[in-house]
Design a protein around this ligand. Structure first.
Ligand code: 2F8
Ligand code: CA
Length: 200
């Protein structure tokens, strides 16, 4: 059967031609709508994949950074304990110089804010500078990050500004006792502990 004359017989005159045009437009619209939906779905899918990939890359980079920090500090003799790295010095310095040493290494003198951390620092059994001072205002003891003292481990009768001297810096002295802190003149030379808190 010859198709062209047949189709023409069905549609190519008057009202029939009009119907063919309307039908074609209708079909095109349906086709277009289908295409739009398909394209949108696949494009949104791409965006999602891209976002997931971006997130995974970010997480991987952060993890790598943490691992590198961990390796670097451990390699340089720092000890990890409960979310922080600690460095106990071999030499002795004044409180201020000790603090500078820590600050140059992205750390500060140790801030003791739990019994566990107190036990950890005490076990080194030395007279050690800690990050505690009342230099700004006599009698108002603050940690080096500006936070006030809440958990206290002062030794018996301490702090006492012994013999009326300025004892504005905190040390661990009576390490045989949990109550081991003492106030001492800041220019005396001690060993010290730095703390570098990890943002985990
Ligand atoms: O070196 C200062 C230090 O001297 C004494 O300890 C050995 C004082 N202790 C007492 O008086 C009990 C500390 O308070 C003082 O800081
Ligand atoms: Ca004292």
């Amino acid at each position: 059967m010859n198709l062209i004359p047949t189709v023409c017989y069905m549609f190519c005159t008057g009202e029939k031609l009009y119907k063919l045009v309307v039908l074609s437009i209708g079909l095109l619209c349906v086709l277009q709508a289908g295409l739009n939906i398909t394209l949108r779905t696949s494009l949104y899918g791409c965006e999602d994949t891209e976002a997931v990939l971006k997130n995974m890359t970010k997480e991987r980079d952060e993890m790598m950074k943490k691992l590198t920090t961990f390796a670097d500090y451990s390699h340089q003799g720092w000890v990890y304990f409960s979310g922080s790295f600690y460095y106990i010095s071999l030499e002795k310095k004044s409180w201020k110089e000790s603090r500078s040493y820590c600050q140059q290494r992205n750390a500060d003198l140790v801030i003791i804010n739990s019994r566990e951390e107190q036990e950890f620092t005490r076990r080194f059994r030395k007279e050690i500078w800690i990050g505690l001072t009342d230099r700004e205002e006599e009698g108002i003891w603050k940690w080096v990050d500006g936070t006030p003292l809440t958990t206290r481990f002062w030794g018996r009768d301490e702090p006492n500004s012994h013999k009326g001297r300025d004892e504005d810096c905190g040390e661990i002295k009576f390490y045989d006792n949990e109550k081991s802190w003492n106030d001492k003149p800041c220019d005396i030379e001690n060993v010290w502990i730095c703390e570098m808190t990890l943002a985990l």
